[in-house]
Design a protein around this ligand. Sequence first.
Ligand code: NAI
Ligand code: MG
Length: 366
Amino acid sequence: MPSHIRTVSKIHRIACIPGDGIGVDITNAAEQVLQKLSSTVGGFEFDFNTFDWSSSNYLSRGWYMPPDGLDQLKKHDAIYFGAVGWPDVPDHISLWGLILPIRKALNQYVNVRPTRILPGTTSPLSSCAANPSSLDWLIIRENSEGEYSGQGGTSHEHSPHAIATEVSIFTQVGIERIMRFAFEAARLRPRKKLTMVTKSNAQRHGMVLWDKVFYQVAKEYPDIEIDKMLVDAMTVRMVLNPQSLDTIVATNLHADILSDLAAALSGSIGIAPSSNLDPTRGNPSMFEPIHGSAPDIAGKGIANPVGAFWSAAEMVRWLGEEEAADGLMKAVENVTAAGVKTKDLGGEKNTKEVTDAVCAEIEKLF
Ligand code: NAI
Ligand code: MG
């Protein structure tokens, strides 16, 4: 090629927020794997911009995000997030100081949480031993309102008469858009099946509206098989009858809880990814494993990076690099299939060894 002709790579600007504890380890691991992916596949590059918005900096500076933090994030194509929370800071301060405002202000009203049993790993469910593909779910979590709307308050604090309210907000607009996203997601999967989770027997206002809007939107999707579950019974069905479920739509709180259960049933919380999406693409979307900062294993170098890699693959897909995303997932699956796993999956490898193995596999695949 003549020296004056250069191939132009597409540059994806990524805001990285490692946060606290193992969030730092797994974000470093994800960055290493993403760099390897772009240099091996070619045609695109990542420009990482790291933000030191952590609990230790909160303790010294008094803030998680600076006043123009959201504007800084908006300059990127996507956000990669580790985890936030540390025992020195009350958890409601860290969550409301960083991750929840980002999800809300950047219109990330959908949280997508896939669950599968990866090759070479085992589910604690004996029914999945013979047929691991019987657990293959896509949980769609409402990510902007509901039980995490932030409405409420405390009166008579520090007195025996203290009163606290935590008000759930459900809006027609908010429910309708999450239902529509869930139906579209179900339509893209082979089984075309959507289970709606609710608690409208005991919660007779917001959850009743949730149900009503679900059935309204369902009329637009006659090709999708639907059913409805109360959230308590849903936990039983997930454990005893996993193959009966496919796409699941649930509120902010319910899906938060059900997705930790889903992760455990698929082998470990350490493998579970999530995508906080602004489906309008008016703002950057944010990708993060569903686990937290895991103070009990932080600093030991043993955190499972698979959930971080899967989240990174979802980010790469959202950025339009389909082939690279598929390749990254294939590399991760080849590595788990070969038994290169961290302790939480019954293996003996550490974070670095799994990360290096995934990088080596990427080189083999492309
Ligand atoms: P956690 O997910 O951090 O840990 C729960 C258990 O799972 C721990 O025993 C931990 O060692 C294990 N674990 C989690 N991720 C793992 C991984 N990648 N590899 C191996 N083992 C893993 O949940 P926990 O303990 O309830 O919360 C710890 C802190 O994280 C709290 O401050 C909490 O508020 C915060 N948190 C933050 C989230 C976020 O930033 N999105 C999400 C969940 C919790
Ligand atoms: Mg959670």
